[in-house]
Every structure is written in structure tokens, then in C-alpha cells.
Design a protein around this ligand. Structure first.
Ligand SMILES: [Zn+2]
Ligand SMILES: [Zn+2]
Ligand SMILES: [Zn+2]
Length: 423
């Protein structure tokens, strides 16, 4: 069956997360968005885990559903951990997603982890040991678990991060690298950027929302055609089988918070080329710039832009629907007008947001929404967008191009910026 999976989310027990992130509203919003498999997030947190055990019942082999509910969304047991440690004279900060096939496996992982530190102060706890030891600890519990480096390119907390990471999977995980089958590309990078590293040809690129609030679920996701069972899903991911892994759903990478280089406080946003011209220093404060994902990819790239590896899994870019609406209405995303329009065209009609953004044909869209909105959705499907890249923690802005003149300006911008992330 067709599975739309979002495997990296957080519960209300993680820092800076909406108090609505519990299993009920995660399932409700997953359904609204068009996701039929969602990670629980935060299975290391004792209170949340108790809630999960109480609220979920086994649904399919290794997956779960809400008890006593009509909601058809399946849950996979997942969490995220942060490993912060010193290695070869540098501080490394790596986030990893874990998946587990059963509550028994979760209990064993948690009891092994609790020997190294507390689990109850944050849904994403921090440990001081090496990331490769984490892989060993998890694999000792069950080789049905997966460890997936999270948002693999972000500067501060990731396996390839410019400030905290490594230059390769093998440098980070050493002899445990054989257990790393996938990485999460994160919001600021997309598959074509990752295709530039030959070393990643064996790795499956997956995409998740990392949602901290229900409405952010599914902003990135994975579309699979396989059995709705834990073992089928992880084998599809592990084998990088592009007959069963149909495509990933991606942000335009410029929208991510760390696409370009820069300084948030100094309002400096630079392309990698501009950063080189300034020797990596901020022209306002003189301190080193935060080096973003595009620059880091270019440093580690072994291929030119534009090469598609043989076994690549396709992808689709999208703009979240509320952002398209805000653009049309010329108001902010979190406004009464946008919420009203979203409720009327998605929630009340019972059509999922991902269906609207990706699948429903143009003529049908025009039946269910104003022409201006349908046209914007079609333009975003075709990559007809203007991109203002994010930098140093500031989200980028993607808007639909409204006329040919604007399109011309945009293509000039792209040829200067050097990266055109279109499908
Ligand atoms: Zn993270
Ligand atoms: Zn996260
Ligand atoms: Zn500065």
C-alpha cells in the first residue's frame, strides 16, 4: 500500500514544543495532512512513554494505532537523541533518530541509556558518549532498530555540520558505519545537493518534518509503496529500493534556516561565494560567519551539481499551503484570514493538504478553491518560485512567481547564486 511517512517529530515533553503534541493531536493532524504513518517521537521520555503505552495498541506488525478511535494513522516508535562529546580535539554534537520495533525494545534501549544519564528532563536528551557507541548500544538491543543521523547538514547539531560534525559517515561512526543505512537531509538541503557526494550513494536519503507543533507535521515526508509493517518499511529504507521508495517530499532547500551562510544579528546573508570573498568573516562584527548547508555541501562534494546517481530516489518540492495562502492574501502566515481559508479549504472539505499540494489535477483544484490559489499551487509544483535563502537560524522565504518579469529576475538571481534546486 502507499505509505506517506513522517518519522521525526517531538512530543510536548521536548523543549520549545507545542503543548498540543500528544498522541491524539499528532494522529489528528497527521490525518489532516495526508500522512498515514508518523513517528511517536520522544520514546525515551518516561511520562510520554507511559502515555504511549496507555493510548496505543498494536495495529500492524511492529506499528501502533490509537486505541478506541476511528483514526487510521499508524505510529512507529521513534525518538531523537543528542550526543555531545569531544573527539580529536573538537566538540562534536550529533543528533540521531532512533526507530524501534516494539515497546520491549524501547524499554531495553531506555534502560541501557539511563546508565549514562537522565531521560526525564527533555524529550530529546543529551548524552556525553560517542555517536558510534550509541549505534552499538541500540544494535545490541535489536538489529531491527535503525539509527538515522538527523538533519545531517545543519551547522550546530549534525553529522556533517560545519561547527560540530565530521567529513564522512565513516569518520563519525567508524566500525559501526555498516549499521547506518539512511540520513535525514533536513529542511535546508534536498536530494540533488546530497547527490554531489559519491560517498552517500549507498545511503538512503529520507525526509521528515521534525515537527514541534501539530501543524508542521508532514512538511517533509517519505512516500513508500510497501506493506504497512515495521519490517517492510525498514527494509525498504535500508535497501534503498527505488521501486518501493517512490519519492521524498521536500521543502525548497532555500526555505530552511541554514541554507546560506551568515549572521542573524548582523543581518548578513551570504552565498558560499560571498563568504569566500570575505574570508569567512562577518563584514559587520568581524566574527566568523555561521557556515550554512550549501557551503558545507560544496566543501564535501565530489561531483558537480546536476548529476543524478543511478539508484537515486526521486523527490518533489513543495511550499506549505498556509504560506501559499498568506502570499495570496498578502497577510502573515499565522493570521485569522489564513487560518479561516485553511479551515474552509482543507479541514472542512476533508481533503488532505498533501493531496492538494501534490496530487489533485488542476481542473479539480479549480472546482474546490479560487483560481488564484489553484494557479499558485500549480506554479509551486512546477518550481515557478522566488527563493530568498534562509541563514543562521532565519527561515528563508519561498513565494510563487506571479509574472514573467519576476521569473526573469529570478533566473538571473539563480545564475548568480549558483544553486537551482528545482526537480
Ligand atoms: Zn535535532
Ligand atoms: Zn528533532
Ligand atoms: Zn556579524
Amino acid at each position: 500500500m502507499k505509505i506517506i511517512a513522517d518519522l521525526h517529530v517531538h512530543s510536548k515533553y521536548s523543549r520549545a514544543t507545542s503543548k498540543d503534541m500528544d498522541s491524539d493531536s499528532i494522529a489528528l493532524w497527521a490525518h489532516r495532512k495526508g500522512i498515514n504513518l508518523v513517528g511517536t517521537g520522544d520514546f525515551t521520555h518516561p511520562t510520554y512513554l507511559k502515555e504511549l503505552k496507555k493510548n496505543l495498541a498494536p495495529s500492524a506488525n511492529g506499528l501502533f494505532k490509537l486505541k478506541e478511535s476511528n483514526n487510521n494513522v499508524h505510529f512507529m516508535l521513534t525518538t531523537e537523541l543528542s550526543n555531545i562529546y569531544s573527539y580529536r580535539g573538537k566538540t562534536r554534537r550529533i543528533h540521531n533518530i532512533l526507530t524501534a520495533p516494539s515497546f520491549e525494545a524501547v524499554d531495553k534501549i531506555n534502560s541501557a541509556l539511563s546508565r549514562f544519564g537522565r531521560l526525564d528532563y527533555d524529550g530529546r536528551p543529551i548524552f556525553g558518549f560517542n555517536a558510534k557507541e550509541l549505534v552499538k548500544l541500540v544494535m545490541d538491543v535489536s538489529d531491527m532498530c535503525m539509527v538515522i543521523p538527523a538533519h545531517a547538514w545543519t551547522p550546530w547539531y549534525s553529522v556533517f555540520g560545519s561547527n560540530s560534525g565530521f567529513d564522512s559517515i565513516e569518520e563519525c561512526f567508524e566500525e559501526q558505519s555498516k549499521h547506518i543505512h539512511a540520513i535525514e537531509t533536513g529542511l535546508s538541503s534536498d536530494p540533488p545537493m546530497n547527490w554531489r557526494l559519491e560517498a552517500l550513494d549507498r545511503i538512503t536519503l529520507i525526509s521528515n518534518s521534525d515537527a514541534h507543533s501539530p501543524e508542521k507535521l508532514g512538511r517533509e515526508a517519505n512516500v513508500l509503496e510497501c506493506g504497512m509493517s515495521y519490517s517492510d518499511i525498514i527494509s525498504t529504507i535500508k535497501t534503498k529500493d527505488n521501486k518501493r521508495f517512490l519519492y521524498t517530499i521536500e521543502f525548497f532547500p532555500e526555505e530552511g534556516k541554514y541554507h546560506f551562510d551568515g549572521h542573524r544579528n548582523c543581518k548578513i546573508s551570504f552565498s558560499p561565494e560571498q563568504t569566500n570573498q570575505h574570508a569567512g568573516l562577518c563584514p559587520v562584527c568581524g566574527r566568523p560567519l555561521t557556515i550554512g548547508v550549501l557551503n558545507r555541501v560544496e566543501k564535501l562534494a565530489t561531483r558537480k551539481d546536476g548529476i543524478v546517481p543511478d539508484n537515486a530516489i526521486p523527490f518533489k518540492h513543495l511550499i506549505p499551503l498556509k504560506e501559499i495562502m498568506a502570499d495570496i492574501l498578502a497577510v502573515g502566515v499565522n493570521t485569522v484570514k489564513v487560518n479561516k481559508m485553511y479551515t474552509e479549504s482543507v479541514i472542512d472539505k476533508g481533503i488532505s493538504e498533501l493531496d492538494i499540494l501534490l496530487n489533485i489535477p488542476e481542473q479539480e483544484l479549480k472546482h474546490i478553491m479560487p483560481d488564484t490559489m489553484a494557479n499558485s499551487i500549480i506554479s509551486s509544483r512546477n518550481g515557478m518560485v522566488k527563493r530568498v535563502p534562509g541563514y543562521d537560524g532565519v527561515y528563508g522565504r519561498i513565494s510563487v512567481l506571479k509574472n514573467m518579469k519576476q521569473e526573469k529576475q529570478q533566473s538571473l538571481f539563480q545564475s548568480k547564486g549558483g544553486n537551482d534546486g528545482t526537480c
